[in-house]
Design a binder for this molecule. Sequence first.
Ligand code: GLY
Length: 350
Amino acid sequence: MTEQKLIFTQLVNDALHSEIERLNPGRVFYIADSNTARFVLPQLVDDNANVITILAGDVNKTLESTAKVWKALTDARASRNDLIVNVGGGVVTDLGGFAAATYKRGLRFINIPTTLLAAVDAAVGGKTGVNFSGFKNQVGVFCNADSVIISTVYFSTLTADQVLSGYAEMIKHAMLTGRREFADVLKYNVSQREPGDNDLLLRLLQESVEVKRRIVAADPTEQGLRRALNLGHTVGHAFESLAMKRMAPIPHGFAVAYGLVVEAILSHMLMGFPAETMHQLRAYVSEHYSKFRFTCDDYPELLALMSQDKKNPDPQHISFTLLTDLGDPVTGTIVAEKDIRDALDIYREL
Ligand code: GLY
């Protein structure tokens, strides 16, 4: 895969112009969703730009939407030398990246993530794709954007839940890195962001994205180390699915935050992860994300969901990324159901 250039800046227009100059394409096509086409693109391009708009929302991250992008590119006679610029959250960067990677066997593309979740996760690391037949990200390819332009200037329009959702992935990255990074992330009061916080958040974001970049560079196609990025997600996905079944969905990042706490408890029980660090994490998550409520009657369903998780290689066993300490992940750790039940008991009591 081509190396992905990461640019952290509050001057997105300048960065975009210099990246277009560097890549020297024939033409530039912008892919946006119905929101970013209206609120973000006018800040970046004039009325003559080639814009392809998809409908906003994860339900529209489909092959049908991708086909509309392919059709628009075909109608405009887009060529291999052209460039796509994806402007939006994870739906746009996943789908736009997939459309770019597959149209005429691959156009170059730039991602400009407009949500914290996309900036810290989806837009970086080369995973592109769409949902299919009821499964998330079922169809896709690994293909790096040529560059990712990351800024916090767009985050002022995000809801508090959207910011918290992205921040959970930053907590995860800090846990995968070390004490200083974990302390820095927990020092930031994500629920009470001040208008002047943009530069501080950009610095934290830069450190966080660097963690993902380093892991992805070592294992771009997720054969081993990249599975460390699944920390918090085995339990998190199960909570997210349970909440969905109860018709009370929770944002992905909230599920990840709760999952990080349960997996920190498991790490303490089984791998000697320090109790003090586990409590610091729990306190931060309780304060900013509250708590996921469930009873022991939900355990069979939660365990079934964990064993069916798409990242779980063998449905007979439930495997986790756990930590012996901050910065020391162990991927592929098989955990007995009894231990998972104990960790869920402790989570409910804490
Ligand atoms: N979101 C996890 C990964 O990119 O591998």
